[in-house]
Design a protein around this ligand. Structure first.
Ligand code: HEM
Length: 538
């Protein structure tokens, strides 16, 4: 008898009544029973664990898979995330329900966020809610209006030129420069000097790098152990205290300046370009009792302005660089547009009006915002039991008081009913077939960059969710859009950063416990070289 037939005869005895006496059969039945319980249990758990949390735990992040999984679960569904159980909502209809109609029924300040996200900017605009929050926004909004933006542009461009020359010098020594990190340093410098009015000498790149390291450490407190480092909270607190100390010094200096001006009657009115930044407006503000904000309150707002104002913009600019590396036709089209603009205006350095005349560049950024949204989620919490009734009239969902609700930005931005072939990076979709606009949404914008000027109309922020929507829509959206166009146009006009890429550079973004925003796992190592035949900027 062969080994196989012996095994079979052992497994299947001729006398079936003695089946349970056979030890192999018992093993097989036992294994079958475990599988019967384990497979549905595994499927049940897997279907309820949030795909982003699962990807971070596994260390394998694929945006397309995550988005498809979230759509499979539906426009509103329950999930367990690393921050606890919550409802996920996708798309325009539930987002409007959450962010507008139920505005008074949700917390969007400190009480609305997961515990891990609390406590790093206590008392700032993002912690505040309701009237207090609305007051802070009213105070800051003038710093983001067109006149203020126009005032920021020359200094933005100056810092960009300075950084580009620095990167080129580094590469002249024969190495590569990590543009992802370089762009963070640049946007951090822009945020410190323009939003807080700090004075930072042009050549102190080392000090900027140290400052940037502290900002990176700050994020270590976001992810709970074991995903983040075991001492993440402690390191984050040390970084925060150190940043607050620096910010406190800037505030004290500017407060002294304000007091001196008030005493001498020199004038503190806005409109002087250097004095229309958000910190200046906050410094001058008085409440109904005539009191000014304390240094602690000012420091908290300043901290959040710098965090929100540099990391996200740099992330989107990095996506721009990565897409140009991936597709060389992009860079030739962008260059053709820039070169034509230079020829028609005679300006090597773009003006504010020029930024409104770059439809293709604008389209590329709109696509970067859509596909590579810097902030993947927006989180709120129910203040009372609230009910979501789906558009199609299917079963309503009751969200219990105290439950977190996460608006899935990544998936909303890839809604196939709005964006055909949603996972493909295709800037032309904005030029040829702009998605439907919503006229009421223009009320949320404070400038005309990238909205009314080019062939690209303003899209409902409930459909392109990158900057959020409703009463907390990103206050710096137009600042960011202007900054991205300004920096990118300078890069494209004068430098080549696409042909010599460091070996091993990975162009797919990921999230990890140490870096909770989407980023390139090994940075963007490129050789940054001056284009030949470019006229010197003046
Ligand atoms: C590409 C760049 C940017 C992206 C993707 C982005 C995205 C966001 C998002 C998603 C929110 C959350 C709103 C919510 O909770 O609903 C937000 C809030 C905020 N952003 Fe931005 N942002 C960017 C650039 C900036 C810049 C440049 C500044 C400052 C100049 C800024 C300042 C703020 C502030 C202060 C808030 C809090 C607003 C509030 O709570 O009312 N952001 N941003």
């Amino acid at each position: 008898m062969t080994t196989m037939s012996k095994l079979l005869s052992d497994l299947i005895p001729s006398d079936l009544t003695g089946l349970m006496d056979n030890q192999y059969t018992r093993y097989a039945l036992g294994a079958g029973a475990v599988a019967c319980l384990a497979i549905p249990a595994y499927t049940f758990i897997k279907n309820r664990i949030d795909p982003i949390s699962l990807a971070v735990i596994r260390g394998r992040f694929n945006t397309k898979d995550i988005v498809e999984e979230r759509y499979r679960r539906g426009a509103i569904h329950w999930t367990w995330s690393i921050f606890g159980g919550l409802y996920v909502i996708i798309g325009e209809h539930p987002a409007k329900w959450l962010l507008i109609q139920e505005k008074d029924n949700i917390w969007s300040g400190i009480d609305g966020r997961p515990k891990a996200f609390r406590g790093f900017a206590t008392g700032s605009i993002i912690d505040q809610d309701f009237e207090e929050h609305a007051r802070s926004r009213r105070l800051m909004v003038p710093a983001f209006k067109i006149d203020a933006l126009k005032g920021y542009l020359p200094r933005m461009l100056h810092h960009t030129t300075n950084s580009m020359e620095h990167w080129a010098k580094e590469c002249d020594k024969g190495g590569y420069v990590d543009l992802e990190e370089g762009l963070k340093l640049l946007t951090l410098r822009i945020a410190f000097t323009l939003l807080l009015g700090a004075k930072i000498p042009d050549d102190n790149f080392e000090e900027m790098s140290r400052l940037r390291e502290r900002y990176a450490e700050l994020f270590l407190g976001f992810a709970p152990w074991p995903i983040g480092p075991w001492d993440g909270k402690k390191r984050s607190k040390i970084a925060k205290d150190s940043i607050l100390k620096d910010v406190g010094e800037i505030i004290n200096e500017r407060r002294k300046d304000l007091e001196e001006r008030e005493k001498s009657g020199k004038g503190t009115e806005d409109g002087v370009v250097e004095d229309s930044d958000p910190l200046w407006l906050l410094l001058k503000a008085v409440d109904e009792n005539g009191d000014r904000l304390s240094v602690q309150e000012l420091a908290a707002h300043s901290l959040i302005l710098v965090i929100a104002g540099h990391e996200t913009t740099a992330a989107t600019l990095s996506s721009f660089v990565a897409e140009c590396i991936r597709d060389p036709t992009l860079i030739s089209r962008l260059r053709a547009e820039q070169d034509a603009l230079i020829a028609s205006t005679g300006r090597q350095i773009p003006s504010y009006e020029d930024l409104k005349n770059m439809p293709f560049m604008d389209a590329v950024f709109r696509e970067c915002e859509r596909v590579h949204s810097a902030a993947p989620n927006i989180i709120r919490r129910a203040r009372k039991d609230i009910v979501y009734v789906p558009k199609d009239g299917t079963k309503p969902t009751v969200v219990k008081k105290g439950t977190m609700i996460l608006w899935d930005v990544l998936s909303t931005n890839r809604d196939p009913s709005i964006y055909p072939d949603p996972h493909t990076f295709n800037p032309d979709r904005w030029l040829h077939q702009p998605p439907t606009t919503s006229p009421t949404d223009s009320a949320t914008t404070t400038s005309d960059i990238g909205t009314t000027s080019t062939s690209i109309p303003s899209l409902s922020p409930f459909r392109l969710a990158t900057f959020s929507a409703g009463h907390r829509i990103c206050i710096g959206m137009q600042f960011a859009r202007m900054e991205m166009l300004a920096v990118a146009s300078r890069l494209v006009r004068e430098y080549d950063f696409t042909s010599d890429v460091r070996e091993g550079t990975v162009l797919e973004k990921t999230i990890s416990g140490r870096k909770p925003l989407l980023h390139y796992p090994l940075g963007l190592g490129v050789r940054f070289l001056k284009r030949t035949g470019v006229q010197k900027a003046v």
